[in-house]
Ligand binder design. Structure first.
Ligand code: DSN
Length: 426
């Protein structure tokens, strides 16, 4: 028993250790431009890898169904207090294991199965859990959708209002995973109030920008705000819910025992650490630079001849319409991957291609901003993206770009304990 416990990962399981080491190299040597990804601090990693993983703590601080929860209470209370300090709001629940579970709990708190919900269409920038037919949200509830306008590619609030009046949803859901512009929170709340719906905003993508004070906050407008904690917010992979006091008991009950059993206490501890980081002044600098980088990158890509959906960005991400140049999103993702630049193919509004091919790529700046990259690096990356897409069928050219990318990445070191390539035999 003691021996099993004291073995390192490399000793106990070389296969998993090798995969971890390769992933370490991949993250260090490439340019991570998936808009929903980031690099947590050493402190967040340490808390996420802590022995709190051994602990059951069903219930909430001071009201647990297990003994030995005194330190679990400490970290959960720290996470709750810090989240409220960052975002305001009456009540917070830091236990959701993910954004999807946060959304499932938010819906369960205010909806009955079969109720109508109104969310942003996935192919217009929404999220699976906002009513897609293959998600629990589209199976359990009756989904209806609003979209962006064809001409501006901005949310059509007039259409949203007309649909809300016609469909009488019980909840209107804002937020999404590929919308590069600001939201009109006040208008959405007004529409929700008019039709008697609860306004739920999923701020997963922009939470870090809200925390950093560079993006308006949905919290004063929405009765329930949900988020993941690992995107721009730069915490561990998990979820969070903020809500009005009147919904506090229903939300807590919907999370536990409604959707989940024991919270992941190690991840709750890591959330507490990340929220502590988000309260520091450096976080505001990071958030502002993330947006500045996105704006410069979008402009540089436009200058290189690419069409950016909606003409630009107000946040950390942009959608590039590569199909306008005859390139599928899937081809672009592959070519950029070979060049060491990680992005994802993404449908664009009114896409004529299916999601697995898609007409666009989604590009984000949070992870590179965390590494310390600024405007000059964004301009250089735009040049590489244009070159890689132009030479997408030339593996040697893509390999050359990959070398230049690795050289840039090496100038922006990540984790100090990075293992030498020799350790994984590459
Ligand atoms: N999968 C996430 C994203 O990439 O935006 C959303 O959950």
């Amino acid at each position: 028993m003691t021996d099993r416990i004291s073995l390192t990962l490399a000793q106990a399981d070389p296969d998993v250790a090798a995969a971890v080491d390769h992933e370490i190299l991949r993250q260090h040597e490439g340019l991570e431009m998936i808009a929903s990804e980031n690099f947590v601090s050493e402190a967040v990693l340490e808390a996420a890898g802590s022995i709190f993983t051994n602990k059951y703590a069903e219930g909430y601080p001071g009201r647990r169904y297990y003994g030995g929860c005194e330190y679990a209470d400490v970290v959960e209370n720290l996470a709750r207090d810090r989240a409220r300090q960052i975002f305001g709001g009456d009540h917070v629940n830091v236990q959701p294991h993910s954004g999807s579970q946060a959304n499932a709990s938010a819906y369960a708190a205010v909806l009955q199965p079969g109720d109508t919900i109104l969310g942003l269409d996935l192919s217009h920038g929404g999220h699976l859990t906002h009513g897609h037919r293959l998600s629990f949200s589209g199976k359990l509830y009756r989904p209806t959708f609003y979209q962006v306008r064809r001409d501006t590619e901005l949310i059509d609030y007039d259409e949203l209002e007309a649909i809300a009046e016609r469909e009488k949803p019980k909840a209107i859901i804002g937020g999404g995973s590929a919308y590069p512009r600001l939201w009109d929170f006040a208008r959405m709340r007004q529409i929700a109030d008019k039709v008697g719906a609860v306004y739920i905003f999923d701020m997963a993508h922009i939470a870090g920008l809200v925390a950093g004070g560079v993006h308006p906050s949905p919290v004063p407008h929405a009765q329930i705000t949900t988020t993941t904690t690992h995107k721009t917010l730069r915490g561990p992979r998990a979820g969070l819910i903020l809500c009005e006091q009147a919904l506090a008991a229903a939300v807590d009950k919907a999370v536990f025992p409604g959707q989940q059993g024991g919270p992941l206490v190690h991840i709750v501890a890591a959330k507490a650490v990340a929220f502590g980081e988000a309260l520091r002044p450096e976080f505001r600098t990071y958030a502002a630079q993330t947006v500045a980088n996105a704006k410069v990158l979008a402009a540089a890509l436009q200058q290189a001849g690419f069409r950016i959906v909606s003409g630009g960005t107000d946040n950390h991400l942009m959608l590039v319409d590569v199909f306008e140049k005859g390139i599928l999103g899937s081809e672009a993702e592959l070519a950029l991957g070979k060049a060491g630049i990680t992005v994802n193919k993404n449908t664009i509004p009114y896409d004529t291609n299916p999601p697995l091919k898609a007409s666009g790529i989604r590009v984000g700046t949070p992870a590179l901003t965390t590494r310390g990259m600024k405007e000059p690096e964004m301009r250089q990356i735009a040049v590489w993206i244009a070159k890689a897409l132009d030479q997408r069928n030339d593996d040697a050219a893509l390999e050359r770009i990959r070398g230049e990318v690795a050289e840039l990445a090496s100038r922006f070191p990540l984790y100090a304990w990075r293992r030498a390539p020799v350790a994984v035999g590459v």
